[in-house]
Design a binder for this molecule. Structure first.
Ligand SMILES: Nc1ncnc2c1ncn2[C@@H]1O[C@H](COP(=O)(O)OP(=O)(O)O)[C@@H](O)[C@H]1O
Ligand SMILES: CC(=O)N[C@@H](CCC(=O)OP(=O)(O)O)C(=O)O
Length: 258
C-alpha cells in the first residue's frame, strides 16, 4: 500500500506568517501523497473580538451561532484556506482547497443539544474518499479547512483535529496512512513549560493517568483523543510535535500507539 501523510497544522503556525511560509515550503517538498488540514481558531477569535461578537468556547470547542458561522466561513474556508493554496502553488505543489462540502467529502450532523447547545457545530458522519483518491493519484494535494456540511445546505464548524483523524481513518482503506499533528511544542510534555520534557510514547494504558494528573489539559485533550481514535482504527502512525518531526528524523516528538 502506498503511504499517505495527513498533516494538521494549528493556530500558532497559521498566525505566524514567517513560520507558515517556512512550513509550506518544506511541506511542498514531501514526495509521497499528502493532505494538509489547517485550523485557524485563534484568527477566528481575533476577528470575532474585533467585530464585537462574543467568543464562547467549551472544552476547546467553539459555540457557533449564526454570526460566528459567517465569521469562520470567511476565515477558515476563505482567507486561510485560499492563502495556503496560493502559497503552495508558488512552491510548485498543486494544491486544491476543500471544505467538507466540496466534492461532498465530509458529511456531518449538527451536534444534538444536551446541556450545552454548540450551535452550528458538526460531528462527522461520513467521509467520501473517492474524489480524494482520484486527486491524490493524480498528484494533487487537498488542503482542508475546519468546515463540513449536512447535505441539506448547512455548513457546520468541525474541529480541525477531528477532520484530520476522520480523513486518516477513512483513507486507511486505500493507503497506509501516517497522521501528524504539528503545533508549537516538541510534543506532549510532562511539564507544559519545558520543551525538553517530551513524552516519547503514549499508549491507551498510559493516557488516563496523564489526564488524571493534569499533565494533559485544555486543547491537548481533544487532540490526544483524536490520536487514540485514529490508532485504534487502522491508522499506521500517529505523531504530535513540531513540524520539524516531518523533515528532521532526530527531532523529538510524541508517538501514539495502540
Ligand atoms: N501535556 C501537554 N503538552 C503540550 N501541550 C499541552 C499539554 N497539555 C495541554 N497543552 C496545551 O495544548 C495546546 C495545544 O492545543 P491547541 O491549542 O488546541 O492546538 P492547536 O495549535 O493544534 O490548535 C498547547 O498550546 C498547550 O497549551
Ligand atoms: C468546533 C470547533 O471548535 N472548531 C474549531 C475549528 C478550528 C480549529 O480547530 O482550529 P485550531 O486547530 O487552530 O484550534 C474552532 O472554531 O475553533
Amino acid at each position: 500500500m502506498e503511504t499517505l501523510k495527513i498533516i494538521k497544522i494549528g493556530g500558532n503556525i497559521i498566525n505566524d506568517d514567517t513560520e507558515l511560509h517556512l512550513f509550506l515550503k518544506d511541506f511542498a517538498t514531501l514526495k509521497s501523497p499528502k493532505i494538509l488540514v489547517h485550523g485557524g481558531g485563534k484568527l477566528a477569535t481575533k476577528l470575532a473580538q474585533q467585530m464585537q461578537v462574543e467568543v464562547k468556547m467549551v472544552d476547546g470547542r467553539r459555540i457557533t451561532d449564526a454570526e460566528t458561522l459567517d465569521i469562520i466561513t470567511m476565515v477558515y474556508a476563505g482567507k486561510i484556506n485560499k492563502s495556503i493554496v496560493a502559497q503552495l502553488q508558488a512552491h510548485q505543489c498543486n494544491a486544491i482547497g476543500f471544505s467538507g462540502a466540496d466534492g461532498n467529502t465530509i458529511v456531518s450532523q449538527k451536534r444534538p443539544v444536551t446541556t450545552i447547545d454548540y450551535g452550528f457545530a458538526g460531528d462527522v458522519k461520513q467521509v467520501n474518499t473517492k474524489p480524494l483518491e482520484l486527486l491524490l493519484k493524480n498528484n494533487l494535494t487537498p488542503v482542508f479547512c475546519a468546515m463540513t456540511h449536512d447535505q441539506n445546505g448547512q455548513l457546520l464548524n468541525t474541529n480541525a483535529d477531528t477532520i484530520a483523524s476522520e480523513l486518516a481513518i477513512s483513507l486507511s482503506e486505500i493507503f497506509n496512512v501516517e497522521l501528524y499533528y504539528c503545533f508549537e511544542k516538541n510534543g506532549v510534555l510532562n511539564d507544559v513549560n519545558n520543551d525538553d520534557s517530551v513524552i516519547e510514547l503514549i499508549t491507551p494504558d498510559t493516557i488516563q493517568q496523564l489526564i488524571d494528573d493534569h499533565i494533559i489539559f485544555e486543547g491537548m485533550l481533544p487532540k490526544i483523543k483524536n490520536c487514540l481514535h485514529a490508532v485504534s482504527n487502522r491508522v499506521s502512525k500517529v505523531c504530535i510535535g513540531k513540524s520539524d518531526m516531518l523533515f528532521n528524523k532526530n527531532n523529538k516528538h510524541t508517538t501514539i500507539t495502540r
